[in-house]
Ligand binder design. Structure first.
Ligand code: GLN
Length: 547
């Protein structure tokens, strides 16, 4: 313990960074990630540099292998890490540099500790949760915080879970080691409304804070999620029972749009209080950009409907970044985007006109496996033949090429190696070189890759750039053997890898907007900087009725 506290102190003296730790109580999905992200946005608006990190208490090394139904989407960073979807919130609310270091799990911590133990790094000592696991957690937190003024670290899970105890112990020690004046504990909790009593109840919050205190963490700030406004009296009661100052009890009512969060928290003094706790001097935050986007969200000039044809339609979090990217583009074009989720298994040739004709555009997003693939291909055919704006992403691009091969090039058996490894026309295949990639995730192409955009294409018009970089998460690629046939028939390659071997983007120039990409543009969209391809797609959708 002595030694570990000395090493944290030494590291801290070299780089004095302020820390905000965000925990959650009462129930899961309480919005810790959004709260952390909104605090990040407020601090950035005050001119501070922030780092944002998520520590997850599950044993999987990363969420790459977890089902999107269980865990929501997998967010990918530029350096190719498959991470928790909260990093998507961080990306959308801040300009924090998100890297592999900014998302780690119990699995990763134990992996590191066990390999150190095997190498003999612990010099014959008994390896224990305290201090070895907690020390590893502190090292990871420190590494994730380099080069910023404030590092915001979110602890996954709910207070009371066995799994998150080592993380909580690590943040408790951290405060002792670097000092109160350099750390803030924010606890996000629930204040439920009990219908029968007609009242908001504070007891679950009291219990959650009591539980936290019993492990040595006294929160400085409480963020109370509630469906109804909290009275001053209720705020006072929470403050008193939880030993938190009254003006440190914040109300987070359910909001119409998540992008209201920074303004809501600021109006109650969140950023001022955080800066006071941390002894940071900064000017008032520049919140005009946030206010401007809220004005646009409130008063849309147009309403459009975008169909998303996928297989996880019941679970909103599965396509989180995609939905947000569509919303961002809508904000730019002063349009409210209504997302119509369409289960691809319900879509057949007989009913596609009925299911899709009322839409202004269709997205076929990424995915794995062959379930529901025929319905997606049918949706793509409908869009191509009926001039309906279409945007294919990753698997969506692969299926667009299969649709084109089957229906235009008349290669009836065209498919992807993923669905039928012995097929005669593998339009989408596994490249020889792909099998040798050694990055985490086996043969997956993960993270940022450069792409050269074809001049004068739809893609070039959207990006206004010749060279771009986008994030990937896939195994299969377009088979270059078919490239000339596609281009001669009007489905052209508008983006490729710098060496020309990999197809990154394709489009049908004779169509109002039919574009597909092998990468995941939704991962880089922000409310104030919508992704160029989403912006162009939504613009085409808003113009559909003009045509
Ligand atoms: N299953 C496809 C592949 O691995 C597409 C992946 C995706 O859409 N993310 O190549």
């Amino acid at each position: 313990m002595q030694q570990s506290s000395r090493s944290t102190n030494r590291r801290f003296k070299q780089h004095p960074i302020k820390y905000i730790f965000v925990t959650g109580g009462v129930v899961s999905s309480i919005g810790k990630g959004l709260t952390a992200a909104a605090i990040g946005a407020l601090l950035e608006a005050r001119g501070l540099r922030v780092a944002m990190t998520k520590m997850d208490p599950y044993i999987n090394v990363d969420p790459g292998t977890m089902s999107p139904i269980q865990h929501g989407e997998v967010f990918v960073t530029d350096d190719g890490a498959e991470t928790d979807l909260d990093l998507g919130h961080y990306q959308r609310f801040t300009h924090a540099n998100l890297r592999r270091k900014n998302s780690f799990t119990t699995g990763q911590i134990y992996d590191a500790v066990i390999s150190r133990e095997r190498k003999g790094d612990y010099l014959g000592g008994t390896v224990q949760v305290i201090p070895h696991v907690t020390e590893q957690i502190k090292e990871n937190m420190f590494a994730a915080s380099e080069g910023v003024d404030v590092s915001i670290i979110e602890v996954g899970g709910t207070i009371g879970d066995i799994e998150s105890l080592p993380f909580l112990e690590a943040i408790r020690q951290y405060r002792d080691e670097i000092g109160r004046e350099n750390t803030v504990f924010v606890h996000v909790t629930l204040v439920p409304y009990i219908k029968a009593a007609g009242e908001l109840k504070t007891k679950p919050t009291q219990h959650s804070v009591k539980e936290l205190s019993s492990i040595g963490i006294q929160p400085d700030i409480l963020v109370c999620r509630t469906e109804y406004p909290m009275s001053e009296e209720l705020r006072g009661k929470i403050a008193r029972f939880c030993s938190v100052e009254r003006d440190c009890v914040f109300e987070a009512m359910d909001v119409d749009t998540i992008y209201r969060m920074p303004v809501v928290l600021h109006s109650q003094g969140m950023d001022a209080r955080v800066c006071e706790f941390l002894g940071i001097w900064s000017g008032q935050p520049q919140l005009q950009p946030w206010v401007r986007i809220l004005e646009r969200i409130e008063k849309p000039k147009l309403r459009i409907k975008i169909g998303v044809v996928g297989k996880y339609m019941g679970v909103r979090d599965s396509y989180k970044s995609l939905y947000e990217a569509l919303t961002h583009a809508g904000i730019e074009h002063e349009s409210a985007v209504e997302i119509v989720g369409i289960d691809s298994e319900q879509l057949e040739s007989g009913n596609s006109a009925q299911m899709l004709s009322g839409l202004d555009g269709v997205v076929v997003p990424g995915g794995f496996g062959d379930r529901g693939v025929d319905g997606k291909i049918e949706a793509i055919r409908y869009c191509r033949e009926n001039n309906l704006p279409f945007f294919g992403i990753c698997l969506g691009m692969q299926l667009a090429t299969i649709e084109f091969a089957r229906n235009v090039l008349k290669l009836n058996k065209a498919t992807s190696e993923e669905f039928d490894p012995s097929a005669s026309h593998k339009i989408i295949h596994l490249m020889e070189s792909q099998t040798n990639i050694e990055r985490k995730g086996g043969s997956m192409r993960l993270g940022a890759y450069e792409c050269i955009v074809k001049p004068h294409s739809q893609g070039a018009k959207a990006y206004q750039a010749q060279k771009i970089s986008e994030r990937h998460r896939h195994r299969f690629e377009f088979n270059p053997k078919y490239r000339a046939d596609f281009e001669n028939a009007g489905f052209v390659v508008s983006g490729e890898s710098p060496d020309g071997t990999l197809v990154e983007m394709m489009e049908v120039p004779s169509h109002p907007w039919f574009l597909a990409c092998q990468f995941h543009p939704e991962l880089k969209s922000r409310p104030m900087q919508p992704h160029p391809l989403f912006s162009a797609f939504v613009k085409a959708a808003t113009e559909k009725n003009i045509r």
